[in-house]
Design a protein around this ligand. Structure first.
Ligand SMILES: C[S@@+](CC[C@H](N)C(=O)[O-])C[C@H]1O[C@@H](n2cnc3c(N)ncnc32)[C@H](O)[C@@H]1O
Length: 275
């Protein structure tokens, strides 16, 4: 194996990005946030539930766990590779979820199909969020509930502020923009406007605070890179550049370092509607 290939493999690509997402980011971040989001909608055992932008399927799987066999659970995503991991992971746990390939802005379901629609950290990636919100409203039955989570802007998520800054300095503007993309510049009013324009009269908007922990800063950078489109730009830089980048993030996150590694707060909006 050539030197560059060996370095690249060691840094990131012992698995695909969706597999790394499921292995690293889901247990540490998306699973605990999924439980919190699901708690917001008071699930009934026979609810028909849609998980929009399901990724590798953690929300849909946790819902299936809770509703048992009586309800139905559908997970929809635009990315087939994420859906493949979703399908395998759910099958391993013998959970009944229907996985659908599709676009949040053109949901392949009739009006009023679902009692509950959940969307965890996906709305910010959709090309037309207002259309996606209208679609979620359309497929909801009368009296149905929607719960959506979206990270607050980058400045409320300090670990990622430092990582984005170091990426800008050492890898480039595109890598920095990739790191920013999960954290839209939306405030609570922007989310309320999306809900109102989609046809909802009542909703609650809360700021939810959690934390993210990694065993070390190097693992923070490595796992984030492996689990996202950052794997490409970071895999393509020399190992010295990556070492400098990790060193810079380590120093910037000193105040968030303890005996167990690195930990920092993460803030998200939760928007929960009622019809
Ligand atoms: C950060 S992941 C969140 C995945 C999952 N909800 C979770 O909590 O782990 C964002 C997901 O949104 C999906 N996505 C982006 N645009 C989409 C669209 N237009 N329609 C459906 N899914 C979309 C991506 O493919 C990705 O799987």
């Amino acid at each position: 194996m050539a030197k560059r290939e060996r370095e690249t493999a060691g840094w990131q690509l012992e698995q695909s990005a969706p597999e790394a997402y499921e292995r690293y980011l889901v247990p540490a971040m998306f699973a605990p946030w999924a439980e919190r989001l699901i708690d917001e909608v008071d699930l009934e055992s026979d609810d028909r539930v849609l998980d929009v932008g399901c990724g590798t399927g953690i929300v849909a799987r946790r819902v299936a766990d809770r509703v048992g066999g009586a309800g139905t659970v559908v997970g929809l995503d635009i990315n087939e590779k994420m859906l493949e991991v979703a399908e395998t992971t759910a099958a391993e746990s013998r959970l009944e979820v229907e996985w659908r390939h599709g676009d949040a802005t053109d949901l392949p379901f009739s009006d009023g199909t679902f009692d509950v629609v959940l969307c965890q950290q996906a709305l910010q990636f959709v090309t037309e969020p207002p259309t996606a919100f209208q679609e979620m409203h359309r497929v909801l039955s009368p009296g149905g509930r929607i719960a959506v989570s979206v990270w607050r802007p980058l400045e409320y998520n300090p670990g990622y502020v430092k990582l984005a800054k170091a990426l800008e300095s050492h890898v480039g503007d595109d890598a920095e923009a990739m790191m920013r993309s999960p954290f839209p510049e939306w405030n609570g009013d922007d989310l309320g406007t999306l809900a109102r324009d989609a046809g909802f009269d009542k909703w609650s908007l809360t700021i939810e605070i959690g934390s993210m922990r990694y065993p070390s800063v190097e693992e923070f950078v490595r796992r984030e890179a492996a689990s996202s489109p950052l794997s490409e730009p970071l895999g393509n830089v020399e190992s010295e550049v990556r070492e400098t980048l990790v060193e810079e993030v380590r120093s910037a996150l000193e105040d968030y370092t303890d005996d167990e590694g690195v930990v920092f707060p993460m803030e998200s909006y939760f928007l929960v509607t009622q019809q």
